[in-house]
Design a protein around this ligand. Structure first.
Ligand SMILES: CC(C)=CCC/C(C)=C/CC/C(C)=C/COP(=O)(O)OP(=O)(O)O
Length: 305
């Protein structure tokens, strides 16, 4: 079954996409991961690389589509989601596990579209955790092919809708073709400004903190920083969420009635508001998302003060 995002036509957009050629014609860019190179010579660059990004734009039609009760001024900038319950959804319907994951992709597409419409700037999704490698081989392979298919099929939408794609996690473990696809897509969409989708693949909070520490240790070893320079800000420059202007999710949603964070963005979730939904991810739609956002807008965020 072919996938497609169901964005409604956007006649107000007249500017050409930054890349009009298909993404697969874009050359392979090594530069994206240059700051991660262990070479000391690249560290100077890394120190000045702080997720700089132009302000997000908003389309005229976006502001007119907020549901009743949802306040524009209290909208979270960054929503993170643990998309749990895909396999249970399939089992409940006597369907193969892969149908659950496919339904999960459709759900993700709906939520991306809603984020764009309602003016949420960043959505991070936990698509594959470092521990998911231990799932049955056939399931892992299916997920890898699903990521590849999903991203390929939506490439046109990312350009047309001005969506930036970022991928975080240990990509070196992914099949080579998928790595290239992801790096190409990140590079090709890096100047898109309406909305950013961060896909966490082969990711865990532990992994992220450890890789950031390794990079800081290397900088110290190269003499670019003193160990005593290390602080929250330097640490955050090395976390994988340095790809976004909004590295701390305002709201984390986990579906399927589980009350855990499961090693997702451990550092970044320090002051995040949590919302646990009963629905399984493939059933999570606009009504549930609205419920989570309305609950978020009722919260008082005090940051320990
Ligand atoms: C292109 C792209 C980014 C696709 C994303 C696809 C997607 C929905 C991935 C989720 C994968 C996953 C391991 C979910 C956890 O729930 P589970 O399925 O393990 O649920 P369970 O708790 O019912 O077993």
């Amino acid at each position: 079954m072919p996938f497609s995002l169901h964005f409604s036509p956007t006649p107000l957009i007249t500017a050409p996409s930054p890349l009009s050629k298909p993404f697969f014609l874009v050359p392979y860019y090594h530069t994206l991961h240059a700051p991660k190179s262990p070479l000391c010579s690249s560290m100077e660059h890394a120190l000045t690389h702080q997720g700089k990004q132009e302000a997000f734009d908003r389309r005229p039609e976006d502001s007119q589509t907020l549901p009743l009760g949802l306040r524009r001024d209290a909208m979270p900038s960054h929503v993170a989601v643990i998309m749990d319950g895909n396999r249970r959804w399939a089992r409940l319907r006597d369907l193969p596990v892969r149908s659950g994951y496919e339904a999960g992709v459709e759900s993700l597409r709906k939520i991306v579209e809603i984020c764009c419409k309602w003016g949420i700037k960043v959505l991070s999704v936990f698509a594959f955790s470092s521990d998911n490698w231990f799932r049955p081989k056939v399931e892992v392979e299916f997920l890898m092919s699903l990521f590849e298919r999903g991203m390929q099929e939506d490439t046109g939408i990312f350009f047309r809708e001005n969506i930036r794609i970022s991928v975080i996690g240990d990509l070196t473990k992914l099949p080579k073709a998928l790595q290239e696809l992801m790096v190409n897509l990140e590079e090709a969409t890096k100047n898109n400004t309406r909305f950013q989708l961060i896909v966490a693949v082969s990711y865990s909070g532990h992994y992220d903190v450890v890789q950031a520490c390794q990079r800081l240790a290397l900088k110290a070893k190269c003499g670019l920083i003193e160990p005593s320079d290390i602080n929250v800000s330097l640490m955050e420059q090395e976390l994988e969420t340095n790809c976004t202007k909004f590295p701390h999710p305002d709201l984390l949603i986990r579906t399927s009635g589980e009350f855990r964070i499961s090693n997702f963005m451990l550092w970044q979730l320090a002051y995040t508001e949590l919302f646990f939904a009963q629905s399984l991810w493939p059933d999570f739609g606009e009504a549930e998302f609205l419920k989570a956002l309305l609950a978020f807008q009722q919260r008082q965020r005090r940051y320990g003060v």
